[in-house]
Design a protein around this ligand. Structure first.
Ligand code: ATP
Length: 265
């Protein structure tokens, strides 16, 4: 069963088509890294799926047309971690994370159920923010805030998590921990679609890589098949070191290629 199915998806912003006739299917159990240069259209694609910007084409979630789903039904199917890490309200971390339970709760006032509290605690532990639970979210460092928002997205317990640059601003240990949490979600039957700029993390942890450039998908497949020297030169204008370690692929960008494509200069 596919959790997300897109066909003929196009988005125009400011008079330019920034996502162009895109087709994509994500099945349960996939950890998909969405990569591509700045401005390729990755965030726009996620926001179109969320319904926060207008688009053309068909979007279905869990076999249902997105247009037929209420906001709550969408939020129970897809959790979203935005690229913007601002937290507007000076409230305790545990309250921010508990917002992830909103799509599962009945309207009106009322305390979290015991089950909700358990999920919130597990999400805080997974994102390593349980020790910050009483701190005001607005007082945290950038990386700590990022982890609080990861916890909020995890607490939503949606079958598909879309995360926009989830590892940005995290230290190396928390970057790896984040990728490990997402890989575990996928191993347990959920799916993750994460925009990533760190090719090394993407190569090592994702089960599938989708490479976007100029609003289109230019490659889609296993990391080893997508992340080739020729593609990195063509799409990013870089050369990289490729290696193997601990049974996985290693990619370290080294330098710009000598003939940097004109659009990158
Ligand atoms: N509101 C807007 N009005 C006009 N153009 C926009 C708007 N929002 C985004 N764009 C343009 O759409 C294109 C795609 O942007 P998008 O944010 O999807 O790229 P991205 O692949 O996520 O990039 P990054 O890696 O830098 O986050 C960019 O050229 C951007 O300038």
């Amino acid at each position: 069963m596919s959790l997300l199915n897109l066909s003929g998806l196009s988005v125009s912003l400011g008079g330019a088509e920034v996502v162009k006739d895109l087709a994509l299917e994500i099945a349960a159990g996939e950890f998909v890294g969405l990569i591509g240069p700045n401005g390729a259209g990755k965030s726009t694609l996620l926001r179109a799926v969320l319904g926060s910007i207008r688009c053309e084409g068909e979007i279905s979630m869990d076999g249902r047309r997105a247009a037929d789903l209420s906001v709550g039904e969408r939020a129970r199917r897809i959790a979203y971690l935005p690229q913007d890490r601002e937290i507007a309200w000076p409230v305790a971390v545990e309250r921010v994370v508990a917002l992830g339970r909103m799509p599962h709760r009945r309207p009106g006032p009322g305390d979290l159920t015991v089950a909700d509290r358990t999920v919130v605690r597990q999400a805080m532990e997974a994102a390593d923010v349980a020790h910050l639970e009483k701190r005001r979210a607005t007082d945290l460092s950038g990386g700590e805030r990022a982890r609080v928002l990861i916890a909020r997205a995890l607490a939503q317990c949606a079958p598909l998590l879309m995360a926009d640059e989830p590892t940005a601003g995290l230290d190396p240990a928390h970057q790896i921990a984040c990728m490990r949490v997402f890989a575990d979600l996928a191993a347990n039957g959920s799916s993750v679609l994460a925009c990533l700029h760190d090719l090394g993390l993407a190569a090592r942890w994702c089960t599938r890589i989708i490479l976007m450039a100029r609003g289109r998908i230019v490659a889609d497949g296993a990391p080893r098949d997508v992340l080739t020297a020729d593609r990195l030169a063509e799409v990013y204008g870089i050369r990289a070191h490729f290696g193997e370690a601990e049974g996985g692929m290693v990619i370290q960008p080294l330098d710009l290629v000598e003939d940097v494509p004109a659009r990158l200069r």
